[in-house]
Ligand binder design. Structure first.
Ligand code: CO8
Length: 384
């Protein structure tokens, strides 16, 4: 069927996730380090504005606390690409050297690293790949698409494109890859999720400075008839939903200059109504997974593993309790957010990457993301 254009397959082949990869930065920031830096920043700001604070025209900043972070989120540390800038109280964001157009960009570099691991895991070479989807909550630049730079670096053929559905970028991309493979427009697709969250997190905001970490995940998806039996996870179904919400936003974009905006305006980095997100998204996510499984004539109790989005331990606890009465952090719903924090779209894929080796042929699993948009994506898989 090679060479068909558009959805022209007479019968749809099965699709298999045949490999996964994970790029993890070398730098780690513990909650202790994070809170020490934040509190030093707050003290500096309060000293700078001491008179205005006394006059009541400027609000004093309050200290952050490790206890709050661990209780409210379950996060204990995060990986970041560059920690010295984040922990510098006079700066509070990472330091990246600008690269020339003739150099591989940073986002492509971490994506290529994760993609090569996933290809090695799948036993596939770069030139066998004929589609690259770069799916992430933030792209390093407007164009050319990150995916095309990654495609070239991998020595892949075919096409590449970028897509952004915030925290659900990975699951939405898995559906696009699955559709391309079923339609015959591709035979081997790489999905990469480079999340450089440290560059668009507001590290100076106590309410959210602890939430995110940097990472890149990659998956290889292939037609099932091209993957040796007994390898990988067959995709049984994908289901996506979106519902508009202003509760998680970032207004950074190409219009800012024309709007004469101050680049330091608070709404030009991540901001959210965390409590509303928590309350609204938990029931949506649990109902979504239940409905998706029901559509496949499956019940949650038949699922061996849920690789859930990794934003907040309490959220996962409620979702998994509602579904199967189990605990988040148990082998049914492993947690990785204690070590990685929220890595936007990569979280559920990290959980899949780290907690899939023990599944036996026939075992069922669900990869599920939930986040900004709102957006929810689920992928039901069966170990081959
Ligand atoms: N230290 C000490 N106290 C604090 C701190 C802190 N760091 N932060 C807040 N407090 C205080 C508050 O001031 C408040 O005090 P008071 O009661 O006196 O007013 C109290 O603690 C409680 O505050 P909250 O109600 O805000 O705390 P919560 O218990 O709700 O916990 C969480 C906050 C952890 C943020 C929680 O609400 C949560 O996790 N919600 C879910 C959020 C979520 O999942 N968001 C997903 C967004 S990610 C996504 O979709 C991708 C976006 C793109 C990526 C962007 C990358 C940068």
């Amino acid at each position: 069927m090679w060479g068909l254009k558009g959805c022209m397959q007479a019968s749809f082949p099965g699709v298999v996730i045949s490999g996964s990869g994970l790029f993890r930065p070398a730098d780690v920031i513990t909650n202790d380090e994070l809170v020490t830096a934040f509190n030093a920043y707050a003290d500096r700001q309060n000293a700078l504005h001491a008179d205005a604070i006394v006059a009541g025209t400027h609000q004093a900043l309050t200290h952050s606390s490790v206890e709050f972070i661990e209780k409210a989120s379950g996060i204990r540390q995060r990986f970041v690409l560059e920690k010295s800038g984040v922990l510098d109280p006079a700066r509070m964001y990472p330091r990246f050297e600008p690269r020339g157009d003739d150099q591989l960009s940073l986002m492509a570099e971490i994506a290529v690293d994760a993609a090569r691991q996933a290809l090695a895991d799948a036993g596939v070479s770069g030139e066998q790949v004929d589609a690259v989807i770069c799916a992430s909550a933030n792209m390093q630049r407007a164009y050319p698409a990150m995916a095309i730079e990654i495609q070239q670096a991998l020595g892949a053929r075919g096409f590449g494109f970028d897509m952004n559905v915030a925290c659900s970028s990975a699951t939405f991309a898995i559906e696009q890859a699955t559709n391309a493979l079923r339609c015959g427009t591709a035979r081997c697709v790489v999905v990469v999720n480079p999340e450089i969250t440290s560059a668009h997190l507001e590290w100076r905001d106590r309410d959210c400075h602890f939430i995110f970490g940097d990472v890149c995940t990659a998956l290889v998806l292939q037609r099932s008839d091209e993957v040796p039996s007994g390898r990988g996870f067959e995709v049984l179904g994908t289901q996506l939903v979106t519902q508009f919400s202003n509760n998680i936003r970032n207004n950074f974009g190409f219009m800012n200059r024309a709007e004469d905006r101050d680049p330091k305006d608070r709404d030009l980095t991540f901001y959210q109504e965390g409590r509303k997100v928590f309350k609204e998204v938990v029931p949506m996510a649990a109902a979504h997974i239940e409905a998706h499984l029901a559509a496949l004539s499956l019940a949650p109790a038949q699922v061996r593993r849920f690789w859930l989005h990794q934003a907040n331990q309490g959220m996962n606890q409620l979702v998994i309790k509602k579904l199967v009465g189990a605990d988040a952090g148990s082998e049914v719903a492993p947690l990785i957010l204690d070590r990685y924090a929220n890595t936007a779209s990569a979280g559920s894929v990290i959980a899949f990457h780290e907690y899939r080796g023990d599944l036996q042929a026939g075992d069922l699993g669900v990869i599920c993301s939930f986040g900004a948009g709102y957006s929810i994506g689920s992928v039901v898989v069966r170990k081959r």
